[in-house]
Design a protein around this ligand. Structure first.
Ligand code: 5RP
Length: 218
């Protein structure tokens, strides 16, 4: 199976977590792009979606799936999204697609976070994938110096402006042992909007696709 086929297969597996008549939170990226296409086949059975990015919103609009505003919602049943890395505690690195802030907000509101991945995303220790940090533009140099002080090597993601008009620093060379502490430390640097470490709000269910089929960690 190709990587694309694995991503599609795990998208199909996520459908069983959607209750008819509900509003579904949906992430961003190539795995969720497959899921969005699959969700279109159910579009008359759901009320609509909460989108985590302008890119995903465009896809929903082109498929005729109604978009809802998170501010109008008191709760959300499920959030379905992928990750760049995930460990055995279901802690994740996210933000490869620069949508980490909206993703983290929707994940916080959702009762269940269903993480859909191919098996290449499973790791023992988080940090081989450079950790994305969304930063307000005027704080870029200061936040970079603070990230170096923490032992990382931040790289400015050239040419990328987030949906919130901010920039991304990708932090290389971190072996993340205490993910909860690092999430808090980086979030507390003035100028940081969000770090793409999801250590406090972990996934509730992980669906992993590989050559043998779908494995579920619940
Ligand atoms: C976007 C994300 C994505 O979930 C993550 O980058 C995985 O993407 P893909 O499915 O393309 O591998 O966090 O901000």
């Amino acid at each position: 199976m190709t990587l694309d086929e694995l991503k599609k297969a795990v998208g199909w597996a996520a459908l069983k977590y959607i209750r008819p008549g509900t509003i579904v939170g949906v992430g961003t990226g190539s795995t969720t792009a497959h899921f969005i296409n699959i969700l279109a086949s159910l579009k008359h059975k759901i009320e609509g979606v909460i989108s985590s990015s302008e890119a995903s919103s465009k896809k929903f609009q082109s498929l005729g799936i109604p978009l809802f505003d998170l501010n109008e919602m008191e709760s959300l049943d499920v959030y379905i999204d992928s990750a760049d890395e995930i460990n055995s505690k279901m802690q994740m690195i996210k933000g490869g697609g620069a949508a980490l802030t909206r993703e983290k907000v929707i994940a916080a509101v959702a009762r269940k976070f269903i993480c859909i991945i191919d098996s290449s995303k499973l790791v023992k220790v988080l940090g081989a994938f450079p950790l994305p940090v969304e930063v307000i533009p005027m704080a870029r140099a200061w936040v970079s110096r603070e990230l170096v002080r923490l032992g990382g090597s931040p790289v400015y993601r050239q040419g990328v402006v987030t949906d919130n008009s901010n920039i991304i620093l990708d932090v290389h060379n971190l072996a993340i042992i205490d993910a909860v502490a690092l999430e808090e430390t980086i979030n507390n640097i003035p100028g940081v909007v969000t770090v793409g470490l999801f250590a406090r709000r972990v996934a509730d269910v992980v669906l992993i696709s590989n050559e043998q089929g779908i494995k579920i960690i619940d």
